[in-house]
Design a protein around this ligand. Structure first.
Ligand SMILES: NC(=O)c1ccc[n+]([C@@H]2O[C@H](COP(=O)([O-])OP(=O)(O)OC[C@H]3O[C@@H](n4cnc5c(N)ncnc54)[C@H](OP(=O)(O)O)[C@@H]3O)[C@@H](O)[C@H]2O)c1
Length: 287
């Protein structure tokens, strides 16, 4: 039976990736942080799921998870290692606390390297005939391609993840392990709700005028978000493909987004960002 290890399966993209992989014959090892999530997941997927209790910033929990998986699979290999757990800590770079900034980088970047390194040896290297090496899938974001103001720590973390994705891929070429980034735009998950009110504490700051409508912008972005199945269907396609692309944008207008983020000159992007923040009608249109 093929095995997958996924971080952050309590909700959203991680939960739906668990569903689609189990439906397609996988046994999933998924991480959660709360007992209640473990219980509800085991009810939902009574077979073919092991839940690992783990905060990805906790080295001992990662080590315990690694040992559990190794003991469970023995000489078998992991087919898919998916770095999904992530948070978005909003705030202007100038005003957010060091603790908030470090926490963002810790969860979305430093922990990804530790989680990857823990399970990487179990992906099988191409010398270990007869195993076919597994794949690593990193859940990045369009924020890894484009820098949004007031969500800067998140953008910085996802840009670092984009870089980590490519460095691992090139270092693992020798072992036949592929590394692929998925770059979603807005997807309907709990991450949006978690951020409602996140910028309130800056409303009396020098950015107060720009942040007045922050929650409304979040609600509007969420209202136009794509269903989580768009990501999980893509995950399955990548898993089943012999030659996947190295990165995939999941966005309502992927080509427009690419043109906007890659080819539009910086100053023109700045102007469009500024216009969006200052819209008189309060409407926010995610690019
Ligand atoms: N939704 C979007 O629009 C969107 C767009 C682009 C990229 N993404 C990325 O997609 C990934 C999944 O997010 P989602 O949208 O599915 O949101 P979500 O429903 O909030 O899921 C986030 C998952 O990460 C887990 N997590 C957070 N901090 C953790 C930590 N320190 N240790 C272990 N697990 C932790 C959460 O566990 P708890 O339940 O215990 O908090 C949860 O399982 C993230 O990397 C996010 O950046 C999402």
């Amino acid at each position: 039976m093929p095995y997958a290890v996924i971080s952050g399966v309590s909700s959203g993209i991680g939960l739906d990736a668990t569903r689609i992989l189990i439906e397609n014959g996988f046994h999933v090892f998924g991480t959660v942080r709360k007992d209640s999530d473990k219980e509800s997941l085991l009810n939902q997927f009574p077979d073919h799921l092991d839940v690992l209790m783990m905060d990805v910033t906790d080295d001992e929990a990662i080590e315990a998870g690694r040992k559990f998986v190794k003991e469970s699979i023995g000489d078998e290999t992991i087919k898919v290692l998916m770095n999904n757990a992530g948070i978005a800590v909003p705030g202007p770079l100038m005003l957010m606390s060091d603790e908030e900034f470090y926490h963002q980088i810790n969860v979305n970047v430093l922990a990804v390297r530790k989680f990857t390194n823990a399970f990487l040896p179990m992906l099988g290297f191409q010398e270990d005939f007869p195993h076919t090496p597994g794949k690593i899938i990193n859940i990045s974001s369009v924020s890894g391609l484009f820098n949004n103001p007031f969500n800067g720590a998140y953008s910085i973390s996802k840009h670092a993840l984009e870089s980590m994705n490519d460095v691992y891929r090139r270092e693992l070429l020798k072992f036949g392990i592929d590394v692929i980034a998925i770059e979603p735009g807005p997807i309907k998950t709990k991450i949006w709700n978690k951020n409602i009110g996140g910028l309130d504490k800056y409303k009396d700051s020098m950015y107060g005028d720009l942040l007045k409508k922050a929650d409304k912008m979040i609600e509007q972005a969420e209202a136009g978000a794509l269903p989580v199945e768009d990501v999980s269907n893509l995950i399955l396609k990548i898993v089943q493909s012999d030659k996947p692309k190295t990165r995939y944008i999941v966005h309502k207008k992927p080509l427009l987004f690419k043109i906007f983020s890659k080819w539009l000159p910086d100053r023109m992007q700045d102007r469009l960002v500024w216009k969006t923040l200052n819209k008189k009608d309060g409407k926010y249109r995610p690019v």
